[in-house]
Design a protein around this ligand. Sequence first.
Ligand code: NAI
Length: 330
Amino acid sequence: MKVAVFSTKSYDRTFLEAANTQSKHELVFFEPRLTCETSVLATGSQAVCAFVNDELNAQTLTKLANLGIKLIALRSAGFNNVDLIKAEELELTVVRVPAYSPYAVAEHTIGLILALNRRIPRAYNRVREGNFSLEGLLGFDLNGKTAGIVGTGRIGTITAQILQGFGCNVLAYDNTPPDNQNLEYVSFPQLLAAADIVSLHCPLTPETHHLINAQTVAQMKTGAMLINTSRGALIDTKAVVTGLKSGKIGYLGLDVYEKEGNLFFEDLSSAVIQDDLFERLLTFPNVLITGHQSFFTIEAVKSIAETTLSNISDFEQGNCSNQVKPSQHH
Ligand code: NAI
């Protein structure tokens, strides 16, 4: 099948081409993000392969359907960037990679927690400059602290297990808690009130949009750490900036950001960033941001490529494994 691959980076190409030696699809690689304007690049293809910041809104989907596209193959777990109702109406099949390496995201989450707590980026810069002072580097023991995991699916569960290994008391909140878990489930307000660290692992849905807002920040323990490696819009960034300024939020670790589509995955080091809210976040000494790299391990990227190509092969053979339907409404 001819597949137009959008938002291609060198690593996407490397891993997809390696996985394609089995599947033998005709992959056409495009660097631009998929938007209404760039959708024309898919002319002549039967499928498009898209990533997290590609815009699969009603307008783009309509254009793709008119070009004869039948399949949208997401190389991500999240599918909040797709108008699933429109896709169904246009008879476009949407598939995704539901699970690749949940360890990749969980381990990066822990990386953010440790780096923020022990001020590792700050210490790294100091030592390189010959400044060996410890002023401002004081951390806390994770052992004995309470961590609140919001969303205990694949990634949240592993994050919880690792934190339990550190000796944390883990509390969990999930709107549909899975069975057979060794976790203590509490209500969301109870979790916010008790947690020294709050880590978000639920999908972005209409229900979870701005889950962290002025009201819920107010319910958090003063000085708590907030971590988001899921989707940017789980957090109302303005409310969190206010929380950081007042000291209500003691630490913020982000791998995702509400308006990351205009920033992440590109080298903008010579550009003037226009997003003032993002720039404000960067000014806080207790904020650590990575650019949506939680998934970025060899194991995860390899698995994403393999599942994406087998999803395309399955579709060609009339099976729709890993299909996403509007009822899932993530
Ligand atoms: P999953 O589907 O296994 O688990 C999600 C959990 O969230 C489920 O247990 C579900 O019941 C729960 N949930 C749904 N709505 C909720 C609500 N309103 N309140 C509380 N809990 C709710 O998903 P998985 O694989 O653990 O991934 C979680 C999220 O992580 C994805 O949706 C995606 O947005 C994000 N992600 C981020 C990556 C990155 O590179 N930063 C990479 C992969 C995923």
